[in-house]
Design a protein around this ligand. Sequence first.
Ligand code: ATP
Length: 238
Amino acid sequence: MTELPTNKAPSIIRRSSPLKLIAENLTIDRGGRRVFQDLSFTLESGTALVVTGANGIGKSSLLRTLAGLVSLAGGAMHVEGGEDDRPLAEYAHYFGHQNAVKPALTALENLVFWQSFIASVRIDAFAGAAVPPEEALATLGIGHTAQLPAGYLSAGQTRRLALARLLVTPRPVWLMDEPTSALDTASEAQLLGLMNDHLGSGGMIVTATHTELALSNTRVLHLRAAEPVRTLTEELDA
Ligand SMILES: Nc1ncnc2c1ncn2[C@@H]1O[C@H](COP(=O)(O)OP(=O)(O)OP(=O)(O)O)[C@@H](O)[C@H]1O
């Protein structure tokens, strides 16, 4: 059996004040081409920002930028109410197209690894608590796969295992790229429940999606190309 790290990642502990994600004049280039520029928004605790727009417009690029995986060409982003010197990425879980699941480890070992590797964020304004790995698997309906190599899981089960990662380490910002992909109707409803619970705990969600998500407290950021320079216009609907 593969040895897993046993040391717990340190938690970020912070004073009690309202949480807010602030993005100011974000400008992103990819492959030498401007994807968008001067995109600004704020997101309060308990709110989801649903990012919509045509294929290739920049939804995934925005999420990857917020996650710290793509460098900013301009602008700034931070979490207000957190530690001033902590980048947004350290408050966030990135749930992207890839599942970040190691096939040779069991489902449980994958979760135990992630829980030890990613630091929790403990802030009074965010009530999210760490769910034990076995419980997280059961919550996602894949408790019976705990001792199976993750490579044996179906596409939907693997997606659920990736989702369980968000439960074992509480972080207030969930960045979710097409979170319902590969999920059946029941799993999709369960995912919505988890997302709404996260918002109810004072968390925030930024999600790119082509499907309607019945989230409790939602704003919409619709990205579209503008002429003559290819920029994106934001439309924030309360
Ligand atoms: N690694 C990369 N190198 C160069 N260009 C890239 C890279 N990743 C994305 N792009 C380009 O950036 C633009 C935005 O892509 P992005 O994946 O963010 O769009 P999207 O809105 O998420 O699209 P979709 O709805 O199809 O998932 C596209 O023109 C794409 O080709």
